[in-house]
Design a protein around this ligand. Structure first.
Ligand SMILES: O=P(O)(O)OC[C@H]1O[C@H](OP(=O)(O)OP(=O)(O)O)[C@H](O)[C@@H]1O
Ligand SMILES: O=c1cc[nH]c(=O)[nH]1
Ligand SMILES: [Mg+2]
Length: 212
């Protein structure tokens, strides 16, 4: 597993406002979208390109374009949905699949309640979106789900990660799967309720309100 922590003054500034408990939901949503765009610049660095012949108004030339097959963006509902708009702005030709997963806050078991993905992901570069990598349970389950469908190139874009979750990812994921993790920051630890410290609280609740 390859870890990339995006270190940039814009990301650091936006992240501080995002973490602040007094930041309202509308600002929180905008910041998540802006942060994912900055992260996406790094996260898409390995995308394969191919040559394409075009003509500018001045002369013919050979340019580059993203090579087929189309990349796949997969937000993990709910909180990952907050990252979808920003990611699609940078990768407008990608396809989008959905995975609904929820962490049982008592047992920390992962409940998969929805999926809308192609059966065959062979050869596709998948960008998995979820702002929080806490214990890593959700991300490991999501990666296994994608790998069962043939995905071998998986880039996870998270806003925050805990060291415990990164360690779990490192040991739990099949090494034949090429997993990259791009985060805006790695925080200190998890608390007794498996929340990231200092973190930003429950990302889904801050984006969309408290449902349960
Ligand atoms: O690394 P883990 O310990 O598995 O925790 C991280 C997961 O928890 C949050 O989702 P949550 O279960 O709260 O669902 P939600 O997005 O619907 O709020 C978050 O968006 C991750 O998916
Ligand atoms: O800190 C955390 C941990 C899991 N899920 C969240 O939304 N926040
Ligand atoms: Mg939540």
């Amino acid at each position: 597993m390859e870890l990339h922590v995006v270190s940039h003054p814009l990301v650091d500034h936006k992240l501080t406002v995002l973490r602040d408990k007094n930041t309202p939901s509308n600002t929180f949503r905008e910041l998540v979208s802006e942060i994912v765009m900055l992260e996406a610049y790094e996260a898409t660095r390995d995308l394969l390109v191919e040559d394409v012949d075009i003509e500018t108004p001045v002369a013919p030339m050979t340019g580059k374009r993203i090579a087929p097959p189309r990349p796949m963006i997969v937000p993990v509902l709910r909180a990952g949905l907050g990252m979808l708009d920003g990611m699609m702005k940078l990768l407008p030709t990608a396809e989008v699949g959905f995975l609904g997963m929820k962490r049982d806050e008592e047992t920390l078991d992962i409940i998969t309640y929805a999926n809308r993905l192609p059966d065959d992901l062979t050869g596709r570069h998948v960008f998995l979106l979820d702002p929080m990598l806490a214990t890593g349970g959700t991300l490991v389950a999501a990666i296994e789900y994608l790998a069962e469908r043939g995905a071998r190139e998986i880039t996870c874009i998270d806003v925050l990660a805990a060291p415990e979750g990164l360690k779990r990812l490192e040991t739990a994921v099949d090494p034949s799967i090429n997993v990259r993790v791009v985060v805006a920051a790695v925080d200190e630890k998890l608390n007794e309720k498996a929340y990231i410290v200092p973190g930003l609280g429950d990302a889904g609740d801050r984006l969309y309100g408290i449902v349960d």
